[in-house]
Design a protein around this ligand. Structure first.
Ligand code: ADP
Ligand code: MG
Length: 398
């Protein structure tokens, strides 16, 4: 079944005043799709999921399940949750503590007055699907977090709903279990082919699970697309820095003519496509986005005469912090404007020492500096100031 949100809006009239939780949401989830609602805390993800479930009422716009309008406040249409045939799973499992696992899973079928035989069959089948056949006689208090979440998922799926809605279902699990459950969930959804809306604030989860992802901020959709599209072609600095870990670097630069830009005193040519992108930017100030994994580092003295040769740009900086991440090392390199993050192997450089970093001109993303929001700016400026870098330099010299 497909789900369509048309110009959807939601206001809350809370104690602290009116909250515009969702604005002009236009989304279409395809039949059988695994669709992710991603964004920082408070951006409206749960609200949108609750509107789809019918747990909240929209204030503007419409929701359609296939061709059936399930919510349209203007026409006073509101199909209650039970009639929508959706199933929901929450972060906190929401199981009945006094009931055995079997009864927890059977609950929605008992409510629907299904025959006893059929209930037995459906519960056993679903439990087998989730690998919890052996737990049916236990109570939720006797289960681990991962097992409880499987029970919650079984209970949601036992009715074979038209839509499967999940609100941060893996957030309470430890890292290892989260990864394995994630893979299982993806497989299960694929197998069952139920249209799924999945809420998360975790971009890794979104990228690995989603057929498509909608990134939200302050109640608005910032970008919709496949994981690769969001990663490779972010439309704003916010999307660029939210997707990918560690975050994409954003370095202020200046437009020089149609095909050239200058970054920290180094001029270089743009590709045709980039020139086209930059043509759309009105202001002279641009942001050059470059992912940490696209930067290569080299220590010590280097000839800066050829700072932009063969489509490669070389900039000088000073090493401020080194973070070993296991397989790779994250280097923080201070330059005039800010701090640049680079992923690399081990190097013979000490903190406070000069070093060079370079990247291919074709790997950069270009943004209008004016489209940068305060949140992203703050994130960018959280790099060390020049003074702090001097301090570190002194300390590391001791
Ligand atoms: P998310 O799930 O992305 O963290 P929510 O959808 O829960 O965000 O919340 C979006 C915004 O709506 C927040 O500003 C939140 O405070 C507000 N909000 C959510 N539910 C209510 C409510 N019942 N009453 C008032 N404000 C609410
Ligand atoms: Mg939420």
């Amino acid at each position: 079944m497909k789900i369509k949100f048309e110009n959807l809006g939601k206001h809350f009239n809370g104690k602290g005043g009116r909250v515009h939780a969702l604005k002009n949401i236009e989304l279409e989830v395809k039949d059988g799709e695994f669709f992710i609602l991603l964004g920082p805390s408070g951006c409206g993800k749960s609200t949108l999921l609750n509107l789809a479930a019918g747990l909240e009422k929209a204030t503007e716009g419409r929701i359609l399940f296939d061709d059936e309008v399930v919510a349209d406040p203007k026409k006073k249409i509101f199909v209650p949750p039970r009639q929508r045939n959706v199933a929901m799973v929450f972060q906190n499992y929401a199981l009945y503590p006094h009931m055995k696992v079997f009864e927890n899973i059977a609950f929605p079928l008992r409510v629907a007055k299904m025959e006893k035989e059929k209930i037995n069959e459906a519960v056993n089948n679903t439990a087998a699907l989730l690998g919890i056949e052996d737990l049916l006689d236990r109570k939720p208090g006797e289960l681990s977090g991962g097992q409880r979440q499987r029970v919650a998922i079984s209970r949601a799926l036992v009715r074979r709903p038209r839509v499967f809605l999940l609100d941060e279902p893996l957030s309470n699990l430890d890292a290892q279990l989260r990864t394995s459950t994630r893979a299982e969930l993806k497989e299960l959804q694929n197998e069952l082919g139920i249209t799924t809306l999945y809420v998360t604030h975790d971009q890794t989860e979104a990228m690995t699970l989603g057929d498509r992802v909608a990134l939200l901020r302050n109640g608005e959709v910032m970008q919709v697309g496949g994981p690769e599209e969001l990663y490779n072609s972010p439309v704003t600095p916010f999307v660029a820095t939210f997707i990918g870990s560690p975050s994409m670097n954003l370095i202020p630069a200046e437009k020089k003519g149609d095909q050239e830009i200058e970054i920290e005193g180094v001029r270089f040519d743009l590709t045709e496509k980039q020139a086209e992108d930059i043509g759309k930017i009105k202001s002279k100030e641009v942001l050059v986005g470059i992912r940490p994994e696209k930067i290569s580092l080299s220590p010590g003295e280097q000839d800066q005469e050829n700072a932009s040769e063969n489509g490669r740009i070389t900039l000088k900086g000073e090493l401020s912090t080194v973070e070993p991440l296991g397989r790779e090392i994250l280097y923080h390199v201070g330059i005039e404007c800010c701090e640049v993050l680079a992923l690399s192997g081990e190097m013979e450089v000490k903190r406070g020492e000069e070093m060079y970093f370079s990247f291919d001109a074709e790997d950069i993303h270009l943004f209008d500096a004016e489209t940068m929001d305060d949140q992203t700016r703050k994130q960018m400026q959280s790099g060390l100031s020049k003074e702090n870098r001097k301090k570190i330099k002194k300390q590391s010299a001791v």
